[in-house]
Write a protein that binds this ligand. Structure first.
Ligand code: SF4
Length: 375
Protein backbone atom coordinates (compact mmCIF):
# COMPACT_ATOMS: atom_id res chain seq x y z
CA UNK A 1 0.00 0.00 0.00
CA UNK A 2 1.39 3.40 -0.89
CA UNK A 3 0.15 6.87 -0.02
CA UNK A 4 -0.78 7.73 -3.60
CA UNK A 5 -3.27 4.83 -3.84
CA UNK A 6 -4.93 5.78 -0.57
CA UNK A 7 -5.19 9.42 -1.58
CA UNK A 8 -6.74 8.57 -4.94
CA UNK A 9 -9.22 6.24 -3.32
CA UNK A 10 -10.45 8.79 -0.79
CA UNK A 11 -10.46 11.68 -3.28
CA UNK A 12 -9.49 14.17 -0.61
CA UNK A 13 -7.54 17.43 -0.96
CA UNK A 14 -3.88 16.89 -1.70
CA UNK A 15 -1.30 16.69 1.07
CA UNK A 16 -0.20 20.33 0.83
CA UNK A 17 -3.76 21.71 0.94
CA UNK A 18 -4.59 19.78 4.09
CA UNK A 19 -1.29 20.74 5.66
CA UNK A 20 -1.73 24.44 4.85
CA UNK A 21 -5.30 24.47 6.21
CA UNK A 22 -3.95 23.01 9.45
CA UNK A 23 -1.04 25.46 9.47
CA UNK A 24 -3.35 28.46 9.12
CA UNK A 25 -4.98 27.53 12.41
CA UNK A 26 -2.33 25.63 14.37
CA UNK A 27 1.05 26.55 12.82
CA UNK A 28 3.70 28.82 14.27
CA UNK A 29 3.26 32.33 12.91
CA UNK A 30 5.16 34.35 15.48
CA UNK A 31 8.70 33.02 15.33
CA UNK A 32 11.16 35.93 15.50
CA UNK A 33 12.65 35.26 12.04
CA UNK A 34 9.17 35.44 10.49
CA UNK A 35 8.76 39.10 11.42
CA UNK A 36 10.01 40.35 9.05
CA UNK A 37 10.91 37.28 7.00
CA UNK A 38 13.96 38.70 5.21
CA UNK A 39 16.63 36.57 3.56
CA UNK A 40 19.21 37.68 6.15
CA UNK A 41 17.05 36.71 9.13
CA UNK A 42 15.85 33.45 7.58
CA UNK A 43 19.43 32.49 6.71
CA UNK A 44 20.63 33.04 10.29
CA UNK A 45 17.69 31.12 11.73
CA UNK A 46 18.18 28.21 9.34
CA UNK A 47 21.88 27.89 10.18
CA UNK A 48 21.06 27.97 13.90
CA UNK A 49 18.31 25.39 13.39
CA UNK A 50 20.63 22.95 11.59
CA UNK A 51 21.42 21.01 14.76
CA UNK A 52 19.27 22.76 17.33
CA UNK A 53 15.60 22.89 18.24
CA UNK A 54 13.42 25.97 17.77
CA UNK A 55 12.86 26.51 21.49
CA UNK A 56 16.62 26.82 22.07
CA UNK A 57 17.29 28.88 18.96
CA UNK A 58 14.79 31.67 19.71
CA UNK A 59 16.86 33.37 22.45
CA UNK A 60 20.11 32.97 20.53
CA UNK A 61 18.49 34.39 17.41
CA UNK A 62 17.10 37.42 19.25
CA UNK A 63 20.47 38.22 20.85
CA UNK A 64 22.23 37.72 17.53
CA UNK A 65 19.89 40.05 15.63
CA UNK A 66 20.08 42.64 18.35
CA UNK A 67 23.87 42.69 18.02
CA UNK A 68 23.95 42.25 14.21
CA UNK A 69 20.70 43.73 12.86
CA UNK A 70 21.98 43.93 9.29
CA UNK A 71 24.26 41.80 7.14
CA UNK A 72 26.88 44.57 7.14
CA UNK A 73 27.03 44.51 10.96
CA UNK A 74 27.79 40.79 10.94
CA UNK A 75 30.33 41.03 8.13
CA UNK A 76 32.18 43.87 9.87
CA UNK A 77 32.29 42.17 13.28
CA UNK A 78 35.32 40.25 14.54
CA UNK A 79 34.84 36.47 14.59
CA UNK A 80 35.31 36.57 18.37
CA UNK A 81 32.07 38.54 18.76
CA UNK A 82 30.18 36.01 16.65
CA UNK A 83 31.58 33.06 18.60
CA UNK A 84 30.72 34.78 21.88
CA UNK A 85 27.07 35.02 20.84
CA UNK A 86 27.17 31.42 19.65
CA UNK A 87 28.58 30.16 22.95
CA UNK A 88 26.56 27.22 24.22
CA UNK A 89 24.79 26.57 20.91
CA UNK A 90 27.45 24.03 19.86
CA UNK A 91 28.69 22.98 16.42
CA UNK A 92 30.84 26.10 16.20
CA UNK A 93 31.79 25.52 12.57
CA UNK A 94 28.31 26.92 11.89
CA UNK A 95 29.30 30.25 13.44
CA UNK A 96 32.61 30.39 11.58
CA UNK A 97 30.87 29.59 8.29
CA UNK A 98 28.14 32.13 9.00
CA UNK A 99 30.74 34.82 9.51
CA UNK A 100 32.66 33.82 6.38
CA UNK A 101 29.45 33.74 4.33
CA UNK A 102 28.43 37.18 5.65
CA UNK A 103 31.68 38.61 4.32
CA UNK A 104 31.11 37.01 0.92
CA UNK A 105 27.55 38.38 0.78
CA UNK A 106 28.63 41.84 1.94
CA UNK A 107 30.93 41.94 -1.09
CA UNK A 108 28.76 40.15 -3.65
CA UNK A 109 25.19 40.68 -2.46
CA UNK A 110 22.60 38.35 -0.93
CA UNK A 111 21.87 35.48 -3.35
CA UNK A 112 18.41 35.06 -4.80
CA UNK A 113 18.90 31.62 -6.33
CA UNK A 114 19.37 28.16 -4.88
CA UNK A 115 22.65 27.58 -6.65
CA UNK A 116 24.19 30.78 -5.28
CA UNK A 117 23.08 30.01 -1.73
CA UNK A 118 24.65 26.56 -2.09
CA UNK A 119 27.97 28.18 -2.98
CA UNK A 120 28.19 29.86 0.44
CA UNK A 121 30.06 28.27 3.36
CA UNK A 122 27.80 26.30 5.70
CA UNK A 123 24.77 26.24 3.41
CA UNK A 124 23.68 22.75 2.37
CA UNK A 125 20.82 21.65 0.14
CA UNK A 126 18.06 21.71 2.76
CA UNK A 127 19.18 25.04 4.24
CA UNK A 128 19.36 26.65 0.79
CA UNK A 129 15.89 25.32 -0.06
CA UNK A 130 14.46 26.57 3.25
CA UNK A 131 15.87 30.05 2.60
CA UNK A 132 14.60 30.18 -0.97
CA UNK A 133 11.12 29.01 0.03
CA UNK A 134 10.75 31.17 3.13
CA UNK A 135 12.48 34.36 2.05
CA UNK A 136 11.63 34.33 -1.67
CA UNK A 137 8.51 32.12 -1.77
CA UNK A 138 10.38 30.13 -4.44
CA UNK A 139 9.60 26.50 -5.32
CA UNK A 140 12.14 24.58 -3.27
CA UNK A 141 11.87 21.39 -1.23
CA UNK A 142 13.41 21.07 2.21
CA UNK A 143 14.49 17.79 3.74
CA UNK A 144 15.69 18.39 7.27
CA UNK A 145 15.44 15.83 10.07
CA UNK A 146 11.80 16.62 10.85
CA UNK A 147 10.72 16.43 7.22
CA UNK A 148 12.57 13.14 6.70
CA UNK A 149 10.67 11.64 9.62
CA UNK A 150 7.28 12.87 8.34
CA UNK A 151 7.96 11.62 4.81
CA UNK A 152 9.26 8.24 5.97
CA UNK A 153 6.15 7.67 8.06
CA UNK A 154 3.65 9.11 5.64
CA UNK A 155 5.00 7.17 2.66
CA UNK A 156 5.89 4.09 4.72
CA UNK A 157 9.58 4.10 3.74
CA UNK A 158 11.27 1.60 6.01
CA UNK A 159 14.90 1.50 4.85
CA UNK A 160 17.48 3.17 7.17
CA UNK A 161 17.06 6.92 7.08
CA UNK A 162 20.82 7.61 6.82
CA UNK A 163 21.13 5.53 3.62
CA UNK A 164 21.71 7.53 0.41
CA UNK A 165 18.98 5.67 -1.49
CA UNK A 166 16.51 6.35 1.34
CA UNK A 167 17.35 10.05 1.34
CA UNK A 168 16.79 10.12 -2.39
CA UNK A 169 13.41 8.40 -1.99
CA UNK A 170 12.41 10.77 0.81
CA UNK A 171 13.38 13.77 -1.28
CA UNK A 172 11.33 12.46 -4.17
CA UNK A 173 8.27 12.09 -1.91
CA UNK A 174 8.84 15.50 -0.29
CA UNK A 175 9.14 17.13 -3.69
CA UNK A 176 5.95 15.48 -4.93
CA UNK A 177 4.05 17.10 -2.03
CA UNK A 178 5.57 20.58 -2.47
CA UNK A 179 2.93 22.98 -3.83
CA UNK A 180 3.50 25.69 -6.41
CA UNK A 181 2.06 28.50 -4.29
CA UNK A 182 2.45 29.58 -0.63
CA UNK A 183 5.93 28.07 -0.52
CA UNK A 184 7.00 30.00 2.56
CA UNK A 185 3.94 28.89 4.52
CA UNK A 186 4.17 25.31 3.28
CA UNK A 187 7.82 25.08 4.30
CA UNK A 188 7.04 26.36 7.78
CA UNK A 189 4.01 24.06 7.93
CA UNK A 190 5.91 20.86 7.17
CA UNK A 191 8.55 21.81 9.73
CA UNK A 192 5.81 22.55 12.28
CA UNK A 193 4.12 19.22 11.61
CA UNK A 194 7.38 17.38 12.29
CA UNK A 195 8.16 19.46 15.36
CA UNK A 196 4.75 19.48 17.02
CA UNK A 197 2.69 16.43 15.91
CA UNK A 198 4.85 13.95 14.02
CA UNK A 199 7.49 14.02 16.72
CA UNK A 200 10.30 11.57 17.31
CA UNK A 201 8.69 10.17 20.43
CA UNK A 202 4.92 9.92 20.68
CA UNK A 203 3.33 11.16 17.43
CA UNK A 204 -0.06 12.82 17.83
CA UNK A 205 -1.71 11.18 14.83
CA UNK A 206 -5.23 11.92 16.09
CA UNK A 207 -4.67 15.62 15.38
CA UNK A 208 -2.63 15.18 12.20
CA UNK A 209 -4.07 16.74 9.02
CA UNK A 210 -2.55 14.06 6.77
CA UNK A 211 -3.33 10.95 8.82
CA UNK A 212 -6.00 9.63 6.45
CA UNK A 213 -3.38 8.55 3.92
CA UNK A 214 -0.41 8.08 6.23
CA UNK A 215 0.99 4.60 5.66
CA UNK A 216 2.66 4.36 9.06
CA UNK A 217 -0.55 5.37 10.83
CA UNK A 218 -2.81 3.09 8.80
CA UNK A 219 -0.50 0.11 9.19
CA UNK A 220 0.35 0.73 12.84
CA UNK A 221 4.06 1.36 12.21
CA UNK A 222 4.39 4.89 13.57
CA UNK A 223 6.65 3.81 16.43
CA UNK A 224 8.85 1.76 14.08
CA UNK A 225 9.42 4.44 11.43
CA UNK A 226 11.77 5.83 10.43
CA UNK A 227 14.32 3.05 10.87
CA UNK A 228 17.97 3.69 11.59
CA UNK A 229 21.18 1.73 11.18
CA UNK A 230 22.35 0.13 14.40
CA UNK A 231 24.55 2.67 16.13
CA UNK A 232 28.09 1.75 17.06
CA UNK A 233 29.08 2.74 20.58
CA UNK A 234 31.11 5.95 20.48
CA UNK A 235 34.69 5.94 21.79
CA UNK A 236 35.87 7.91 24.81
CA UNK A 237 38.75 10.39 24.54
CA UNK A 238 40.63 11.66 27.57
CA UNK A 239 41.85 15.23 27.89
CA UNK A 240 43.32 17.41 30.60
CA UNK A 241 42.69 21.15 30.74
CA UNK A 242 45.03 23.40 32.69
CA UNK A 243 43.75 26.12 34.97
CA UNK A 244 46.95 28.17 34.91
CA UNK A 245 46.89 30.87 37.55
CA UNK A 246 49.71 33.26 38.35
CA UNK A 247 50.65 34.87 41.67
CA UNK A 248 48.51 37.87 40.86
CA UNK A 249 45.42 35.64 40.65
CA UNK A 250 45.17 35.86 36.89
CA UNK A 251 43.96 32.98 34.77
CA UNK A 252 45.22 32.19 31.29
CA UNK A 253 42.91 31.42 28.36
CA UNK A 254 44.10 30.54 24.90
CA UNK A 255 42.36 30.66 21.57
CA UNK A 256 41.96 27.21 20.06
CA UNK A 257 43.07 26.56 16.47
CA UNK A 258 40.56 27.85 13.91
CA UNK A 259 39.34 24.43 12.78
CA UNK A 260 38.48 21.25 14.62
CA UNK A 261 36.56 20.78 17.85
CA UNK A 262 35.66 24.11 19.46
CA UNK A 263 37.65 25.81 16.69
CA UNK A 264 38.43 29.48 17.37
CA UNK A 265 36.90 29.43 20.87
CA UNK A 266 38.67 30.62 24.01
CA UNK A 267 39.58 27.76 26.30
CA UNK A 268 41.87 26.51 29.02
CA UNK A 269 45.05 25.02 27.51
CA UNK A 270 44.52 21.32 26.83
CA UNK A 271 46.79 18.35 26.54
CA UNK A 272 46.16 14.68 25.95
CA UNK A 273 47.22 12.52 28.88
CA UNK A 274 49.44 9.52 28.38
CA UNK A 275 47.27 6.43 28.76
CA UNK A 276 48.17 3.91 31.46
CA UNK A 277 49.43 1.24 29.07
CA UNK A 278 51.52 3.76 27.14
CA UNK A 279 52.84 5.12 30.41
CA UNK A 280 54.42 1.77 31.28
CA UNK A 281 56.35 1.73 28.01
CA UNK A 282 57.02 5.44 27.82
CA UNK A 283 60.19 7.19 28.88
CA UNK A 284 58.02 10.16 29.78
CA UNK A 285 55.88 10.55 32.84
CA UNK A 286 52.52 12.27 33.00
CA UNK A 287 54.13 15.30 34.57
CA UNK A 288 56.72 15.38 31.78
CA UNK A 289 53.91 15.58 29.24
CA UNK A 290 52.37 18.45 31.18
CA UNK A 291 55.73 20.15 31.54
CA UNK A 292 56.39 19.83 27.82
CA UNK A 293 53.11 21.56 27.20
CA UNK A 294 53.80 24.34 29.71
CA UNK A 295 57.34 24.91 28.47
CA UNK A 296 56.08 26.79 25.42
CA UNK A 297 55.27 29.71 27.74
CA UNK A 298 58.45 29.54 29.90
CA UNK A 299 56.51 29.50 33.17
CA UNK A 300 58.10 28.99 36.55
CA UNK A 301 55.70 26.33 37.81
CA UNK A 302 55.15 26.32 41.56
CA UNK A 303 54.34 23.03 43.27
CA UNK A 304 52.35 20.15 41.86
CA UNK A 305 49.39 20.24 39.51
CA UNK A 306 46.16 19.58 41.43
CA UNK A 307 43.02 18.11 39.93
CA UNK A 308 40.16 20.48 40.74
CA UNK A 309 37.30 19.43 38.47
CA UNK A 310 36.14 16.81 35.99
CA UNK A 311 33.47 16.72 33.33
CA UNK A 312 32.19 14.68 30.44
CA UNK A 313 30.99 16.20 27.19
CA UNK A 314 29.35 14.28 24.40
CA UNK A 315 30.26 15.09 20.81
CA UNK A 316 28.64 13.42 17.83
CA UNK A 317 31.51 10.98 17.36
CA UNK A 318 33.04 10.59 20.81
CA UNK A 319 32.68 11.20 24.50
CA UNK A 320 35.20 13.62 25.99
CA UNK A 321 36.25 12.58 29.46
CA UNK A 322 38.11 15.53 30.91
CA UNK A 323 39.75 16.68 34.08
CA UNK A 324 40.87 20.19 34.97
CA UNK A 325 44.16 20.64 36.81
CA UNK A 326 45.22 23.79 38.56
CA UNK A 327 48.80 24.87 38.00
CA UNK A 328 50.29 27.77 39.93
CA UNK A 329 52.93 29.81 38.15
CA UNK A 330 55.03 32.69 39.38
CA UNK A 331 54.07 36.15 38.21
CA UNK A 332 54.84 35.82 34.59
CA UNK A 333 56.69 38.86 33.45
CA UNK A 334 55.66 38.24 29.86
CA UNK A 335 52.02 37.73 30.81
CA UNK A 336 50.49 40.07 28.34
CA UNK A 337 47.59 39.52 26.04
CA UNK A 338 48.27 38.45 22.48
CA UNK A 339 45.74 37.60 19.74
CA UNK A 340 45.76 34.00 20.99
CA UNK A 341 46.42 34.34 24.73
CA UNK A 342 44.48 36.37 27.27
CA UNK A 343 44.87 36.75 31.02
CA UNK A 344 41.91 37.45 33.28
CA UNK A 345 41.81 38.18 36.95
CA UNK A 346 39.30 35.76 38.43
CA UNK A 347 37.35 38.75 39.80
CA UNK A 348 36.89 40.01 36.24
CA UNK A 349 35.60 36.71 34.88
CA UNK A 350 31.87 37.34 35.49
CA UNK A 351 32.01 40.44 33.29
CA UNK A 352 34.40 38.91 30.75
CA UNK A 353 32.72 35.54 30.17
CA UNK A 354 29.68 36.79 28.22
CA UNK A 355 32.03 38.59 25.82
CA UNK A 356 33.97 35.44 24.98
CA UNK A 357 33.21 32.48 22.77
CA UNK A 358 33.76 29.55 25.14
CA UNK A 359 32.94 25.83 24.98
CA UNK A 360 29.92 25.15 27.18
CA UNK A 361 31.64 22.95 29.81
CA UNK A 362 34.56 25.37 30.11
CA UNK A 363 32.19 28.35 30.43
CA UNK A 364 30.30 26.50 33.16
CA UNK A 365 33.52 25.70 35.01
CA UNK A 366 34.81 29.28 34.78
CA UNK A 367 31.50 30.67 35.99
CA UNK A 368 31.74 28.39 39.02
CA UNK A 369 35.32 29.37 39.82
CA UNK A 370 35.03 33.11 39.30
CA UNK A 371 35.94 33.70 42.93
CA UNK A 372 39.56 32.98 43.93
CA UNK A 373 40.14 29.42 45.05
CA UNK A 374 41.43 28.85 48.56
CA UNK A 375 44.43 26.62 49.10
S1 SF4 B 1 -0.48 10.42 10.92
FE1 SF4 B 1 1.00 10.35 12.57
S2 SF4 B 1 2.77 9.33 11.70
FE2 SF4 B 1 1.49 9.98 9.99
S3 SF4 B 1 2.32 11.96 9.40
FE3 SF4 B 1 0.66 12.33 10.84
S4 SF4 B 1 1.62 12.46 12.86
FE4 SF4 B 1 3.10 11.52 11.45
Amino acid sequence: MIAHEIQTATNQPVFSERLLAWFDVHGRHDLPWQQPRTAYRVWISEVMLQQTQVATVIDYFNRFIQRFPQLGDLAAAPLDDVLALWSGLGYYARARNLHAAARVMAAEGIPDSLVHWLALPGVGASTAAAIMAQAFDAPATILDGNVKRVMARHAGIDTPIEQASTIQALYHVAKSHTPTTRLADYTQAIMDLGATLCTRGQANCARCPVSTDCVAYLTDQVAQLPTRRARKPIPTRRAIFLHIEDDAGRLMLIRRPPSGIWGGLWCLPEYTPIEAQELQQSQHSESAARQAMLSQWSFAVQGEAVEIAAFEHRFTHYLLNATIERVRVGTYSYAQDTPDVRWFHVCDLPAALPQLGLPKPIARFLADCSVPLEE
